[in-house]
Design a protein around this ligand. Structure first.
Ligand code: GLN
Length: 275
């Protein structure tokens, strides 16, 4: 079997299985199975797959047909220009979350004492540690997530210390300058409408927060108020239709509350300063 034929057959299989972007997905899986890059494919479409690559490719196609996200198959996702290891124990970093990085760089580029609550893969914590050249303290309630975060922290030799706790409960220091978080915020009530890639494969604990998706924020805001110094900043990702409810929660004890839209025009990030 040559590369071109393998690609064509894989794309057809995915297309028949109702998978979005079948051709691109088949290519990503074939690249992963062969360990080759795209330019090799373009230059040598007639080259033969080894038997081992063929077996891997078949397995990846099968996994994708079962709606496993491509990123869990290849075990990687790019975030802010760096590659992060991802596995089903962590949420796959989304491009929307890059707005959080962008906003930190724009609004508090000099922050040194930073906490990331709900570190997941470590994409946010590692990126901030490297971009701001500082240490970051990061927490997660999931031991699985911390293990994956650790592999990313080590891969980039980032100054991120990982703590196993609920939100910021294990952090006693009350002089933090910045708290960032991409907490779970998807309403349980929306579950049936969510695509199988997310619903069946990504960690529920990282996605859902009560019937309305707002269940985590009150405790997160209380923790933020406890550990941030006066004038310290808070930034958390929010879900669609949550801006109003979140503004009300931030009405007391915070100043300069504002929201940053994502590229779709949806308010995606809540920003506030501890008064
Ligand atoms: N943005 C994610 C999604 O749409 C949800 C992430 C989260 O709950 N923090 O699935």
């Amino acid at each position: 079997m040559d590369l071109r034929t393998a690609l064509k057959q894989g794309a057809k299989l995915l297309e028949d299985g109702g998978i979005a972007s079948p051709r691109l997905t088949a290519e990503v899986l074939l690249l992963h199975a062969t360990g080759k890059d795209r330019s090799y494919f373009l230059a040598h479409p007639e080259s033969e797959l080894t038997e081992l690559s063929w077996i891997h490719y078949g397995r990846y196609l099968h996994q994708r047909l079962k709606r496993m996200p491509t990123q869990y198959i290849t075990k990687k996702q790019e975030f802010w220009g760096r590659e992060f290891r991802v596995e089903p124990g962590v949420l796959i970093p989304r491009p929307e979350t890059e707005h959080l990085i962008e906003t930190v760089l724009a609004e508090c580029p000099a922050a040194k004492r930073i906490v990331d609550v709900g570190v997941g893969s470590g994409a946010i914590a590692v990126t901030l540690a490297l971009e701001l050249n500082t240490a970051v303290v990061a927490t997660d309630i999931s031991a699985d997530a911390l293990q994956i975060a650790r592999s990313n922290v080590e891969a980039y030799k980032a100054a991120v210390s990982l703590i196993h706790c609920d939100l910021a409960s294990a952090i006693a220091d009350q002089s933090m300058e910045l708290l960032v978080s991409n907490p779970p915020y998807v309403p349980e009530l929306d579950r049936s409408g969510i695509e199988p890639e997310v619903k069946d494969w990504e960690p529920m604990q990282a996605l859902f927060a009560g019937a309305d998706g707002l269940a985590i924020y009150p405790r997160l805001f209380a923790d933020a108020r406890r550990i941030l110094q006066p004038g310290g900043m808070f930034m958390a990702e929010i879900g669609i239709h949550q801006m109003e409810a979140v503004s009300i929660m931030l009405a007391a004890g915070w100043t300069g509350v504002h929201f940053v839209n994502d590229l779709a025009g949806i308010p995606r990030l809540a920003v506030a300063t501890r008064s």
